[in-house]
Write a protein that binds this ligand. Structure first.
Ligand SMILES: Nc1ncnc2c1ncn2[C@@H]1O[C@H](COP(=O)(O)OP(=O)(O)OP(=O)(O)O)[C@@H](O)[C@H]1O
Length: 253
């Protein structure tokens, strides 16, 4: 095993509130890792710090050995971190295919002038992008919806599309923020299979935030528990879920 994400002493304050403090996490390549904790514990803030939405005021983030601390969102995405959001954020008026192509654009830059003039390089890149986007849609069984407007997909399919779009940026690390939110038990079961499949098929490393303990205990190999912005426990999933401190602070709620 080798380390993909190595975070030390990450922290940020909002006014007088220390939202995240002294946060450490180490994630190995191809691991399926969970970040859990009570509402307001700082989980989404950690994602925002890792992806460049917020700049940390302490700490260091290494991705595959590269220091990405405090970099911009676009640079961190190009370095290899992609995410989904607690409230699905698709380009709702665009087609399903175009949503995936937005992700691919990060890695197939061509100059605007080439696009405006429809030069051969633009046409070649467009063709390749269409093919790649369709391949990704096939993996998620969404290819028959390629021309649909994203807003018209059922909720569960929108979640899949958001993950497909994130993968289109060719990340090393995929962050999923409450992927099972709003899903019924059947949909959650399918989602668990899909997350495992993404890890295996794409050799992806995945860090997810989730409150659904069935999903957490079913697919996460290791967990870190946040409480009031600090790490309360971390380790193997079964050990963490049986930790009396974790039960008192979170699971016993
Ligand atoms: N931009 C901000 N400005 C001020 N306070 C913020 C900001 N972002 C987050 N916070 C505060 O930081 C704390 C941690 O919030 P965060 O959303 O990270 O929690 P969470 O663990 O993801 O919660 P949940 O499980 O409910 O999504 C909260 O008290 C929140 O109000």
């Amino acid at each position: 095993m080798s380390t993909l994400l190595d975070v030390k002493n990450l922290g940020i304050s909002f006014g007088g509130l220390r939202a995240v403090n002294g946060f450490d996490i180490t994630i190995e390549k191809e691991q399926l890792y969970g970040l859990i904790g009570p509402n307001g514990a700082g989980k989404t803030t950690v994602f925002n710090l890792l992806t460049g939405v917020y700049k940390p005021d302490t700490g260091k983030v290494l991705l595959d050995g590269e220091d990405i601390t405090g970099k911009k969102i676009i640079d961190i995405n190009q370095a290899g971190i992609a995410r989904t959001f607690q409230n699905i954020r698709l380009f709702k008026q665009m087609s399903v295919l175009d949503n995936v192509k937005v992700g691919l654009h990060n890695h197939h830059p061509y100059m605007a002038i080439e696009g405006i003039l429809r030069l051969p390089k633009y046409r070649k890149v467009e063709k390749e992008m269409n093919e790649k986007a369709m391949e990704l849609l096939k993996v998620f069984e969404l290819e028959q919806f390629a021309s649909y407007q994203a807003a018209n997909l059922p909720y569960g399919q929108q979640r899949k599309l958001e993950i497909a779009r994130a993968l289109a940026t060719d990340p090393k690390l995929l962050l999923l923020d409450e992927p099972a939110a709003g899903m019924n038990p059947n949909e959650t079961g399918e989602l668990m299979d899909m997350i495992r499949f993404v890890r295996d098929h794409f050799h992806m490393t995945i860090l997810l935030i989730e409150h659904d303990m069935k999903l957490v205990s079913g697919i996460c190999e290791e967990l870190t528990v946040l409480n009031f912005g600090e790490v309360l426990a971390h380790g193997k999933t079964s050990d963490v879920l049986n930790d009396p401190q974790v039960i008192t602070a979170y699971l016993g709620e």
